[in-house]
Design a protein around this ligand. Structure first.
Ligand SMILES: NC(=O)c1ccc[n+]([C@@H]2O[C@H](COP(=O)([O-])OP(=O)(O)OC[C@H]3O[C@@H](n4cnc5c(N)ncnc54)[C@H](OP(=O)(O)O)[C@@H]3O)[C@@H](O)[C@H]2O)c1
Length: 325
């Protein structure tokens, strides 16, 4: 086992989260992403986020001690033990599965909706796609907490029911209703802020129905990821926007008239701002104002990581898919 040095800590992992984007890109080393080097690499880290307990610290670590519960992102997660920099760890009360949900999925929604495309104003029309998913249900709740009217788009009756319990104002199950048609009919003045992670025709339907000064946050484009489409072919733009993958990986911000489309949902915050966003999320959660959904299907150990990723990619999961160790 690696020993932590300098400002590193050794963590015993309790739960690792399955992330909608990172896992497919990392595993396949997709050619247009920063993970391209993985295609030739013999060894690379998998997993985007985890919770665990500190079991050893490097000689320079002052802020953490053995026994502390933390979450961390950016150092892997699909492992029994990982070495992470102390700065990438966030102390938590308990190394739980819910803490994993807040760490990256929740944080992404918070930065996108409070900083990059925010702040949201009470009464604005907010729309969230993949709304029953890990980052989506966070986006729905943060928009509701800001006093928005929230349109939640999802792909199953089970997700719709859970989103109703959260208090979403209008739920569109895209397997039963045409999203573009509903938006044109019920929201003629348009959507003010969209948190959009699906891409493809859904991205176009949302873009077509953005209000005059609307903001669209392109958090991802999972319907076009490598598990659906080979990633080496030509990609088409639409509606005046470049292809999602270009918008996303080149971190473009595009203006179409008064509308703003953000390809990088993190662009509104600096690295130094992140701990405050995370603290606020955990406070809301601990205060009972925010729910962190963990999917009910259980996966355990390294041997079930690929099953957990495949399951997330089926689109059935509600909230975050986690693997326990
Ligand atoms: N930019 C960032 O830092 C960041 C961080 C976290 C997540 N993301 C992105 O946010 C999106 C959601 O990620 P997540 O981790 O929260 O996952 P998730 O929403 O928990 O799971 C993925 C969901 O996407 C929807 N989906 C639509 N078409 C799909 C397809 N062809 N294949 C698989 N799923 C499909 C499904 O829900 P419905 O059928 O109900 O729509 C599915 O449940 C992804 O695009 C991801 O890359 C980005």
């Amino acid at each position: 086992m690696e020993r932590p040095e300098g400002d590193q800590v050794l963590l015993k992992i309790a739960y690792a989260g399955v992330n909608g984007g990172c896992e497919t890109f990392r595993c396949r080393g997709s050619s247009y992403t920063p993970f391209v080097a993985n295609q030739k690499a013999e060894k690379f880290v998998l997993g985007a986020e985890a919770s665990g307990t500190v079991v050893a610290v490097g000689e320079n670590v002052k802020c953490l001690k053995v026994g502390d519960a933390v979450t961390c992102s950016g150092s892997g997660g699909f492992a029994e033990f990982i070495v992470a920099s102390a700065q990438s760890c966030f102390p938590v009360k308990e190394a739980s599965a819910e803490a994993v949900v807040l760490t990256l999925s929740g944080l992404t929604a918070a930065v996108a909706l409070k900083a990059t495309g925010g702040p949201l104003k009470a009464g604005e029309h907010a729309l969230v796609t993949a709304a029953g998913g890990a980052t989506g249900h966070m986006g729905v709740q943060l928009a509701l907490l800001a006093g928005c009217h929230v349109v939640a788009v999802c792909g199953s009756a089970a997700k719709a029911e859970r989103l109703r319990d959260l208090g979403a104002s209008r739920i569109i199950n895209y397997r039963e209703e045409d999203v573009g048609e509903v938006l044109r009919r019920e929201y003629p003045e348009g959507i003010d802020v969209a948190y959009e992670g699906v891409g493809g025709p859904l991205r176009d339907a949302v873009l077509d129905n953005l209000s005059e000064h609307g903001r669209m946050l392109v958090v991802g484009y999972i319907s076009e990821y490598p598990h659906v489409k080979p990633d080496d072919g030509e990609a088409q733009g639409s509606g005046g926007l470049p292809p999602s993958r270009e918008l996303f990986w080149q971190r473009q911000t595009v203006k179409i008239g008064g509308r703003t489309i953000y390809g990088d949902v993190w662009s509104g915050a600096s690295r130094q701002d992140i701990p405050a966003f995370r603290r606020e999320l955990f406070d809301l959660y601990e205060d009972g104002q925010l729910k962190a959904w963990v999917d009910s299907r259980r996966f355990h150990g390294l041997e079930q990581v690929s099953d957990a990723i495949e399951y997330m990619l089926t689109g059935q999961a509600i909230g975050k898919v986690v693997v326990s160790f």
